[in-house]
Design a protein around this ligand. Structure first.
Ligand code: GLC
Ligand code: CA
Length: 525
């Protein structure tokens, strides 16, 4: 299926381009920039929640699950965007937030009223001590998963902000209503849906209320519905869980088509600092096989904090020590920084991680702005520091909007190393040796190698703890990846002659890898 070899590109709608000059990016702004995404080599455009929202949680708190936020445009604008995406041979993905709504959603407003026949649509309790083993996720701001509602005279359950009450999936009406939301966006023409925060649908006494069998059964129902009613569509599980629990979201090929590979992400960053790829290999070994036709989604960064929820305490301490010189860079259980600042603005380390990301088993998910090495503003509220306006051009508006910068939905990056005068699309587009052109050429090289999406995987013993090695292959081709995670040159012996797939260089007895260099090789004929 198309998603097995696709490259995804993630866009917070307000952050990309402001087409109507009010300082807020919008749907029409994305339509206006599709030629850029096509030029870059993007296959599927992922739009973050664009629904009506009080914006307590960046739009993941939704007050109308089938509407469009007025500042972003109309349903018609979304239709035009989808047509234009499809006309270019690309696809589109939307978020479906299944687990919760905003407390401003009419369902919740109705549910809290005494005697309401929607009361049971959310999860209520007289006892805020129920489900004591369920962890709190937003530890910086929430003390409990229960919040008191004055109108209802009861506590309601919420796994994220208190403004995001969890829906009650034990209620059959809720299960049907959510299916209708899925149908609504597929009917409009989305090719893919990301199912947000999917481990938390059900609650059961005596459990941690994550990954419950009931949750999997319901996801299988949605899958069966999609298979019966649609063609060529897919859903991605957002389940930040240990490897064995993540793979459960593929079912036996009858649940989600894709799932994010959370466990492989932190080890990539650890390996850079340790100059030792052992953690990467361990994470890959701990990853069980997945059903045929299923696919991982791999990523380095996204719109959230770089999560450290699922790593050991020692690894978490290591990551904080190495990557958060200022404690304000930490958020919840993670790090609210963009890729380039995490890598100290060092292009060779960026290229190394991209070379690995784009050749690991899975389909890569890129985060807007990373292709030009955008910076962050980590002191902004919550995760807003990694959601600042896209830098299209030099200048005080960064080509993002015609509005007065003071009225932008968020300020532009002010860190002197990353201001729009230094980091922007236009300048890099004009420079053949820019990071932007380099990313583009790597995406195009990957396009010619579908084996990187669908091929088998086997790790190689390079004899050097600092050099990651693996093979991707199918009946026709074989690609060997070697990646030097150390800060000095390394020699890697080869069993047979190899050709560098990108440069054409021929290697006979061994490969010399400069600091942070990677190669994609094929056997020479
Ligand atoms: C997901 C989203 C995150 C959001 C949370 C609650 O983890 O990626 O941005 O805060 O769900 O909806
Ligand atoms: Ca706008």
């Amino acid at each position: 299926m198309w998603f097995e070899t696709a490259t995804f590109y993630e866009i917070p709608v307000h952050a990309f381009f402001d087409a109507n000059g009010d300082g807020i990016g919008d749907i029409a702004g994305i339509t206006a920039k599709l030629d850029y995404l096509q030029w870059l080599g993007v296959d599927c455009v992922w739009l973050l929640p664009f629904y009506p929202s009080p914006m307590v949680d960046g739009g993941y708190d939704i007050s109308d699950l089938t509407g469009v936020r007025a500042e972003f445009g109309t349903l018609e604008d979304v239709g035009v965007l989808l047509d234009e995406i499809h006309r270019r041979g690309m696809r589109a993905m939307a978020d479906v937030i299944v687990n919760h709504t905003s407390d401003q959603h009419p369902w919740f407003q109705e549910a809290r009223r005494p005697g309401s026949d929607k009361r049971d649509w959310y999860v209520w309790s007289e006892d805020p001590g129920r489900y004591p083993d369920a962890r709190v996720i937003f530890i910086d701001t929430q003390e409990s998963n229960w919040a008191w509602d004055e109108v209802a005279g009861a506590y309601y359950w919420h796994r994220f902000y208190a403004e995001q009450p969890d829906l009650n999936f034990d209620n059959p009406e809720v299960r049907e209503a959510v299916k209708d939301v899925v149908r609504f966006w597929l009917d409009l023409g989305f090719d893919a849906l990301r199912l947000d925060a999917i481990p938390y649908l059900y609650e059961r006494d005596g459990t941690i209320c994550e990954n419950l069998p009931e949750t999997h059964a319901y996801l299988k129902e949605i899958r069966a519905m999609i298979d019966a009613e649609y063609e060529d569509r897919m859903m991605v599980a957002e389940a930040n869980q240990p490897p064995a629990d993540v793979v459960a979201y593929f079912g036996d090929g009858d649940e989600c088509h894709m799932a994010y590979h959370f466990p492989i992400m932190p080890p990539l960053f650890m390996a850079l600092k340790r100059e030792d790829v052992g953690d990467i290999l361990k994470a890959l070994e701990a990853t069980p096989p997945i059903p045929s036709g299923a696919q991982w989604g791999v990523f380095l960064r996204n719109h959230d904090e770089l999560t450290l929820e699922m790593v050991t305490e020692a690894d978490r301490a290591f990551m904080y020590a190495e990557y958060t010189p200022d404690p304000a860079m930490r958020k919840n259980v993670g790090i609210r920084r963009r890729l380039m600042p995490l890598l100290d603005n060092d292009r060779s380390r960026f290229e190394l991680l991209y070379g690995v990301l784009l050749s690991l088993p899975g389909s890569p998910f890129l985060y807007y702005g990373d292709e030009i090495g955008m910076g962050d503003e980590y002191l902004l509220n919550d995760r807003d520091g990694v959601r600042t306006p896209m830098q299209w051009e030099a200048g005080e508006r960064a080509g993002f909007s015609e509005a007065d910068p003071a009225s932008f939905y968020l300020p532009l990056v002010t860190d002197p190393a990353y201001i729009s005068d230094l980091v922007n699309v236009a300048d890099q587009h004009a420079q053949a040796d820019s990071l932007l052109h380099w990313v583009r050429s790597l995406l195009h090289a990957r396009r010619l190698l579908p084996v990187l999406g669908t091929g088998q995987f086997e790790s190689l013993d390079t004899g050097d703890r600092a050099v990651l090695g693996y093979r991707r292959w199918n009946e026709d081709v074989e690609v060997t990846v070697l990646a030097n995670f150390s800060t000095v040159t390394r020699m890697v012996p080869l069993a047979a002659h190899q050709v560098d797939l990108r440069s054409g260089a021929i290697y006979r007895a061994d490969v010399e890898l400069a600091a942070h260099q990677f190669v994609w090789l094929e056997p020479s004929r």
